[in-house]
Design a protein around this ligand. Structure first.
Ligand code: NAD
Length: 708
C-alpha cells in the first residue's frame, strides 16, 4: 500500500507541519491500514526537508479506540503497533499528538510514544486492555508511568477505567479549555517549541523504585488481589508496570511483551474477548433490519409500583423519559413513589447524584389510579402480581385505553406472553420486557418476543434498552425464558446434592470458587425460598414424577425458613446481617427427608461432582434452549448469565466455558453422573440432543452459531 492509496491516514503538509490524520470510522481502530499509514506518514515527513514538525491527529470525534480486535484472530499483522511507535518515538523531528477526542488502548499508546500531547479539558483517555484479559502490549505499561505518577498509572492499567485528562498533567503538555481551541492552541504550541524541547522522548525518562513507590505497588497489589479475585490479567498488569521502575526501557518493553503473551494465551483472555463480541452481537438480531420502522418512545407507563415497577420506572426517569405509574390504590402508589425517592436520596448521600438531579428525576415520575391517564403513552410495562388472571385483566384494560401503536409489555418472569397477548386485540404490539432485580441496577434486559410480536416492536424495544442503559438480549417464549429456565436445573441439582449429603456451604464454596458471586443456597436465601416454593407448587405437572424434587427446600419453607428476610433459610442470619451461618438443623432436615424418600446419603460427594452436576446441568439446559431457538446464539446466553447472574466474565459465560472445557468432556461427565445416579440420573441428567450431537462431531457452541 502506498501513501497515496492509504485512506486510513491522510497526509498533508502545510507551513512546515506534516499532519497525519487518522480517519478510519467509526473509531480509528488501529488496523493494519492505519499502522502502515502512520509509518509511511512519518517517513514522508522525515524525508521532506520542508517539514519541521509532525502532528498525529484524527478527523473523527475520537482520537482512536485502540487495537482492531478483529485482528486478534490472525492474518498479516505487520507492521505491529510497537514497530509503529518505535518509528514515531525515534523520529528526528518533533511529533505532537493532538487528541480531539478520547484515546483508548493502542490509541493512547500512540499518543504516549509521540514527543508531545495536546488535548482539551473535557477529554478522557484509558488503557482498557485488562477488560479483554490482557495488558497494554505496545509500551503502555512502560510509557504511562514515565509521564503520570505511579498510583494513577497503576489504577488506569489495572482497572481499565477511562480517566479525565485533567487528572493527567504529566501526560499532556497542553490542555485547551475547549475542543474548538485545539487547532489554534496547537499552532501556538508548535511555534513556541524551542530546539532543546522539540524532541522529548518518553523512553528517555528514567524511573527508580523508591520506598514510596514500592509502598504504592504493595498497596495496589493487595487491593487488586481482593477486588479482582479469580482474574489473571490484573496482577500481570502490575508486574508489567513494575518493570518500568526496575528495568531499562527496552527490557521493560520485552518484559511487557512476555507478560502480554502470558495473558493472551489464557482461557480468560479468550473468554473476555469472546464476551466483548458477545455483548455487541446481542444487539444484532435477524428479526429486523435497518429498513424496519421504529416507534418513538417519549412517554412511558408502569402498571404496579412494587419492587420491580419502582426500579423499572427509575431507569426511564434516569434517561429523562417521563413515567406514569399506575396502582389500584392510592396508598400503594404513595409507598412506591416514596421508595423511589428514598433510593435517589441514598444515591445523593453517596455523592452519586446532586439534590437537583434527585428532584428533576422525581419530577419525571407521576402516579395515577386511573387507566384514563394512560391514553397517550408510547410504552406500558406491566409489573403486577405474577398471576395470569391479573395480567390478562390488566392487558385487556390497556387494550381499551391505550392509543393505537402503543407497545404493551409485561415484566413477567415465567408466564406465557402469547397467552397474555390473547387478552388484547393487538398481539403484534405485545412483548415481554423482563428486567432483573434490582431493576434500576441490573444491566440485563431479556426482550421476549411472542409469536405475534411485530418486528417493529422488537426493534423499538431493543433500541429503547440502549437509551435506558440496559444490555438487551432477544429471547423466545418458554417457562422462565433463558435465564430463569437455566437456573432451574442449577438449583435443582444443588438441592438434590443437599438431600444426598452435601452441605450448603460445600456446594456454595464450589460455586464461588468457580467464580459465581454467591453460591446457590446463599442466592436462594437472598431471593426468598418461598419464591421457589410457589413456583414448584405451580409446576407440579412437570416435577411430580420426582417426589424428591426440591424436598428439602419445601420443608425449610414449611418451617418458616424463607431465607434472609426471616433470618433463617438454608443458613441462619444474625439480625441485620447478610453473613450466612451454617445451621445443623438444615442438615438434620436433609437427613430426615433422605430417609423418608429412600435416598442414600453419601459422605463422598466431592467438589468435582458438585460442579459437574450443578454447572453442567445449567449448560445442558442452555444447549436445549439453543436448539429450540429460544436463544438465537450461544453468546446471547453468555450475555444473559454474565449480566443477569454474575457469571464470571473471565469464563465468558456458561456456553463459552463449556466450549473451553470441550463439549466431549461436558457430555462424558454428565453421562457418567447420569449413569451413577440411577433413576434420578435418568430423570434429570439426560444430555440434550444438541449437546450430544456437537460433542460427537467434535463441534462447539461457537461453531454451531456460525452455521446457524
Ligand atoms: P410486588 O408484589 O413487589 O409488586 C407488585 C405491585 O403490583 C404491587 O405494588 C401491587 O399493589 C401492584 N398490583 C397488583 N395488581 C395490580 C393491578 N391489577 N393493577 C395495578 N397494580 C397492581 O411484585 P414484584 O416483585 O415487583 O413483581 C412484579 C412482576 O415482576 C411479577 O410479574 C414478577 O414475576 C416480575 N419479576 C419480579 C422479579 C423479582 O425479582 N421480584 C424479577 C423479574 C420479574
Amino acid at each position: 500500500m502506498t501513501e497515496m492509496e492509504n485512506k486510513a491516514v491522510e497526509y498533508a503538509v502545510q507551513q512546515g507541519v506534516a499532519t497525519l490524520t487518522m480517519q478510519s470510522a467509526p473509531v480509528n481502530a488501529l488496523s493494519r491500514a492505519i499502522r502502515i499509514g502512520l509509518i509511511e506518514g512519518i517517513e514522508s515527513a522525515l524525508n521532506d526537508a520542508s517539514v519541521k514538525a509532525i502532528v498525529v491527529t484524527s478527523s473523527l470525534p475520537i482520537f482512536s479506540g485502540g487495537a482492531d480486535i478483529s485482528e486478534f484472530s490472525g492474518g498479516d499483522l505487520s507492521p505491529m503497533l510497537p514497530e509503529v511507535l518505535d518509528k514515531i518515538e525515534n523520529a528526528t523531528k518533533p511529533v505532537v499528538a493532538v487528541l480531539p477526542g478520547p484515546a483508548f488502548g493502542g490509541g493512547l499508546e500512540v499518543a504516549l510514544a509521540c514527543h508531545h500531547r495536546i488535548t482539551f479539558a473535557g477529554n478522557k483517555v484509558g488503557l482498557p486492555e485488562v477488560n479483554l484479559g490482557i495488558l497494554p502490549g505496545a509500551g503502555g505499561t512502560q510509557r504511562l508511568p514515565r509521564l503520570a505518577d505511579v498510583q494513577t498509572s497503576l489504577e488506569m492499567i489495572v482497572t481499565g477505567k477511562p480517566t479525565s485528562v485533567v487528572k493527567l498533567p504529566g501526560v499532556f503538555d497542553k490542555i485547551s479549555d475547549k475542543p474548538e481551541h485545539l487547532l489554534e492552541d496547537t499552532k501556538a504550541y508548535l511555534q513556541g517549541l524551542t530546539p532543546d524541547k522539540a524532541i522529548k522522548r518518553t523512553c528517555d525518562i528514567s524511573l527508580t523504585m523508591t520506598d514510596e513507590t514500592k509502598g504504592v505497588f504493595d498497596a495496589v497489589t493487595a487491593q487488586t488481589k481482593k477486588a479482582t479475585r479469580g482474574f489473571f490479567a490484573p496482577l500481570k498488569c502490575i508486574e508489567a508496570v513494575r518493570g518500568a521502575y526496575t528495568l531499562a526501557f527496552d527490557d521493560g518493553l520485552k518484559n511487557e511483551g512476555k507478560l502480554f503473551m502470558e495473558c493472551m494465551n489464557t482461557p480468560q483472555a479468550r473468554a473476555q474477548q469472546h464476551f466483548f463480541f458477545a455483548e455487541r452481537a446481542a444487539g444484532h438480531v435477524s428479526d429486523f433490519d435497518k429498513n424496519t420502522p421504529e416507534r418513538s418512545i417519549e412517554k412511558v407507563a408502569i402498571i404496579g409500583a412494587g419492587t420491580m415497577g419502582g426500579g423499572i420506572a427509575m431507569n426511564f426517569a434516569n434517561a429523562g423519559i417521563p413515567v406514569t405509574m399506575l396502582e389500584l390504590k392510592e396508598e400503594a402508589l404513595e409507598k412506591g413513589l416514596a421508595l423511589i425517592r428514598k433510593n435517589y436520596e441514598n444515591s445523593a448521600k453517596k455523592g452519586k447524584l446532586t439534590q437537583e438531579q434527585v428532584e428533576s428525576r422525581m419530577a419525571l415520575l407521576s402516579g395515577t389510579t386511573s387507566y384514563d391517564d394512560l391514553s397517550d403513552v408510547d410504552l406500558v410495562i406491566e409489573a403486577v402480581f405474577e398471576k395470569m388472571e391479573v395480567k390478562k385483566t390488566v392487558f385487556s384494560t390497556l387494550d381499551k385505553v391505550c392509543k393505537p401503536g402503543a407497545i404493551l409489555a409485561s415484566n413477567t418472569s415465567t408466564l406465557d406472553i402469547d397467552e397474555i397477548a390473547t387478552a388484547t386485540s393487538r398481539p403484534e404490539d405485545v412483548i415481554g420486557l423482563h428486567f432483573f432485580s434490582p431493576a434500576n441496577v441490573m444491566k440485563l434486559l431479556e426482550v421476549v418476543k411472542a409469536e405475534k410480536t411485530s418486528a417493529e416492536v422488537i426493534k423499538t424495544c431493543m433500541k429503547m434498552a440502549k437509551r435506558i442503559r440496559k444490555v438487551a438480549v432477544l429471547v423466545g417464549v418458554c417457562f422462565g425464558f433463558v435465564g430463569n429456565r437455566m437456573i432451574e436445573p442449577y438449583g435443582r441439582e444443588a438441592n438434590r446434592l443437599l438431600l444426598e449429603g452435601a452441605t450448603p456451604e460445600q456446594v456454595d464454596r464450589v460455586l464461588t470458587e468457580f467464580g459465581m458471586p454467591m453460591g446457590p443456597f446463599t442466592m436462594g436465601d437472598m431471593a426468598g425460598l418461598d419464591i421457589g416454593y410457589y413456583v414448584r407448587q405451580s409446576r407440579q405437572e412437570h416435577i411430580s414424577h420426582d417426589p424428591a424434587y426440591g424436598a428439602v427446600a419445601d420443608r425449610l419453607v414449611e418451617k418458616g425458613r424463607n431465607g434472609l428476610k426471616t433470618g433463617r433459610g438454608a443458613y441462619n442470619y444474625e439480625p441485620g446481617s447478610r453473613v450466612p451461618i451454617p445451621d445443623p438443623e438444615v442438615l438434620e432436615i436433609a437427613k430426615q427427608e433422605a430417609e423418608r424418600l429412600g435416598v442414600q446419603q453419601r459422605s463422598d460427594i466431592c467438589d468435582e461432582e458438585i460442579l459437574v452436576r450443578v454447572m453442567y446441568s445449567l449448560i445442558n439446559e442452555g444447549a436445549a434452549i439453543l436448539e429450540e431457538g429460544i436463544a438465537a446464539k450461544s453468546s446471547d446466553i453468555d450475555v444473559i448469565y454474565v449480566y443477569g447472574y454474575g457469571f464470571p466474565v473471565y469464563r465468558g459465560g456458561p456456553m463459552q466455558y463449556a466450549d473451553e472445557v470441550g463439549l466431549g468432556t461436558i457430555l462424558d461427565k454428565l453421562t457418567t453422573y447420569r449413569d451413577q445416579l440411577g433413576e434420578y440420573g435418568k430423570m434429570w441428567l439426560e444430555p440434550s440432543d444438541l449437546l450430544v450431537k456437537l460433542a460427537q462431531e467434535g463441534g462447539s457452541f461457537r461453531s454451531y452459531n456460525a452455521k446457524a
